[in-house]
Design a protein around this ligand. Structure first.
Ligand code: DX5
Ligand code: ZN
Length: 220
């Protein structure tokens, strides 16, 4: 049976109260904390760096899932590993040497993964599926929370699921962008097992109510 994981994105949390937000959302049932790192270069927005990750590490034992939207990648990937990240994912086109970046993360004893924008082909997986722990599919263009889910990513999700099954490895298939209570079941049916949700959770007064509603959809 698939174990589904829900990973609230701090991008939509109250930045003035991040520690409390992390504790509240984990208390409400979050499995992972999704930490969106934007550098105003790879994406046109700017969020937080390793020092913030290190500060939040004290507030939870839940896995911190760092999504790097940065270029170059390597120095920050290493810095986040040292700052307490559990999972570090990056966009392959942002790294000059994808295999080397994956090795850097593994050498720090962390899980690693690759992120694919809506129009980026999955072809690099042919040479990386034997090394990664997570495939993260963007279902919006990266840079901002609160965007609408791009429907063609469902077909891509099915394709990624087939590749993961063929590899025979234990790899999480995570989808990020525009996930809500009313579409999470469709995304799961397409093969995803891990769901990032920012505005859907932090935009509501009860985080627990949203996470419970998402789990109820996944249990259907
Ligand atoms: C977008 C980020 C996402 C985003 C998800 O660049 O990677 O994690 O914050 O937010 P929602 O759920 O609001 O689309
Ligand atoms: Zn993200």
């Amino acid at each position: 049976m698939t174990t589904y994981r829900i990973a609230p994105s701090l991008l939509s949390a109250d930045f003035a109260r991040l520690g409390e937000e992390v504790r509240d959302v984990v208390e409400a049932g979050a499995d992972w904390i999704h930490f969106d790192v934007m550098d105003n270069h790879y994406v046109p927005n700017l969020t937080f760096g390793p020092m913030v990750c290190q500060a939040l590490r004290q507030h939870t034992t839940a896995p911190i899932d760092v999504h790097l939207m940065v270029q170059p990648v390597d120095a920050l990937a290493q810095a986040f590993c040292k700052a307490g990240a559990d999972i570090v994912t990056f966009h392959p086109e942002a790294s000059a040497h994808v295999d080397r970046t994956l090795q850097l993360i593994k050498a720090e004893g962390k899980q690693c993964g690759l992120v694919f924008n809506p129009a980026t082909p999955l072809s690099v997986l042919e040479w990386t599926l034997d090394k990664i722990d997570v495939v993260l599919l963007m279902s919006v263009n990266p840079g901002f929370g609160g965007q609408s889910f791009i429907a063609h990513t469902l077909r891509k999700c099915e394709q990624a699921r087939r590749l993961i099954e063929q590899s025979g490895r234990d790899i999480r298939l995570e989808v990020d962008g525009g996930i809500k209570v009313d579409n999470i079941r469709r995304v799961a049916d397409a093969g995803a097992d891990t769901f990032v949700a920012g505005s859907a959770i932090f935009g509501q007064p009860s985080y627990r109510a949203v996470i419970d509603a998402m789990r109820a959809e996944l249990a259907r």
